[in-house]
Design a protein around this ligand. Structure first.
Ligand code: C2E
Ligand code: MG
Ligand code: MG
Ligand code: MG
Length: 277
């Protein structure tokens, strides 16, 4: 349509071509090529048992470092990847890389019990996610029990066949965690039907846990809920010893956050956590 208006029409008539629109389009174009250009990689953030400091798992977090733009944070490119459908390619790449890394660490002398990988809603819309996951597990040789998929409440509530997909994933042996728990809307009745193993308390509740009575109450309620539903509960965004102590006192035994470690490269995880001979 813009073309029909003549050579210069485009810049006049396309209302989305504001500075922001142009920027977005540029980002989108770059993002589409990021995998083939080797610009994406994973960081891994330790999940630990609070009272022993033992490593119980890691969460895989995708990173994108563009030669011109520099590092682009996930909050900027994940939504874009979701809108454009690129998330399917990216999600598959992340999952494969994460599973392969688990096997590599083991070969290198570090046994990481479990890896958590984030899934977007869009990945559930696309045919069978179950086939993709089982193919990757087969190809990498990772035991299904050592993979935990993280979805948010909104993914569960807004995905038509979420229950079907999630049951299928459960049937092949992979675990499921509900990410950012407490920030979305999920019916507890619905939650009860799901083969979920883990609730992750959102870091917004952890931040002021020992000073804000509301956050304190919410965190305690989630811990209790997990307990009564026989789920394991992990707190995200733990940054201080005080927060960790609070959690432990209230029966939350697992944590992830800067207090223990920032997300790191696979080699750094090895350096810090591999048992010394
Ligand atoms: P998330 O899954 O809730 O991941 C936790 C985020 O909290 C990560 O941000 C992590 O770096 C950050 N974090 C961890 N500990 C602390 C702490 O102590 N303090 C603070 N302030 N932050 C902490 P990141 O890596 O920027 O990722 C943001 C979000 O992007 C993730 O939130 C997740 O929703 C999404 N994401 C990341 N990787 C992937 C992926 O491979 N696939 C999909 N679909 N989403 C991803
Ligand atoms: Mg997560
Ligand atoms: Mg989270
Ligand atoms: Mg969060």
């Amino acid at each position: 349509q813009a073309k029909a208006r003549g050579r210069n029409g485009y810049s006049f008539y396309a209302p989305s071509m504001t500075g922001e629109g142009v920027e977005r389009l540029r980002l989108e174009t770059f993002l589409r090529r990021s995998i083939e250009k080797d610009e994406v990689f994973l960081n891994y953030q330790p999940q630990v048992e609070i009272d022993t400091g033992r490593l119980v798992g890691v969460e895989a977090l995708v990173r994108w470092n563009h030669p011109e733009l520099g590092p682009v944070p996930p909050v900027r490119f994940i939504p874009l990847a979701e809108d454009t459908g690129f998330i399917n390619q990216l999600g598959k790449w992340v999952l494969f890389e994460a599973c392969r890394q688990m096997v590599r660490w083991q070969a290198d002398g570090l046994y990481v019990p479990k890896i958590a990988v984030n899934l977007s809603a869009k990945q559930f819309e696309r045919g069978s996610i179950v086939n993709m996951v089982s193919a990757i597990l087969r190809e990498t040789g990772l035991e299904p029990q050592r993979l935990q998929l993280e979805v948010t409440e909104s993914v569960i509530m807004n995905t038509g066949d979420a229950l079907v997909f999630i049951n299928d994933l459960h049937s092949i042996g992979v675990g499921l965690a509900i990410d950012d728990f407490g920030t979305g809307y999920s019916s507890l009745a619905y939650l009860k039907q799901l083969p979920v193993q883990t609730l992750k308390i959102d870091r917004s509740f952890i931040k002021d846990i020992s000073t804000d009575p509301n956050d304190e109450a919410i965190a305690i309620a989630i811990i209790q809920l997990g307990k009564s539903m026989n789920l394991s509960v992990i707190a995200e965004g733990v940054e201080t010893e005080e927060q960790a102590a609070f959690l432990l006192r209230h029966g939350c035994y697992l944590a992830q956050g800067y207090y223990y470690s920032r997300p790191v490269l696979s080699g750094d995880l090895l350096t810090r956590w591999r048992p010394k001979p």
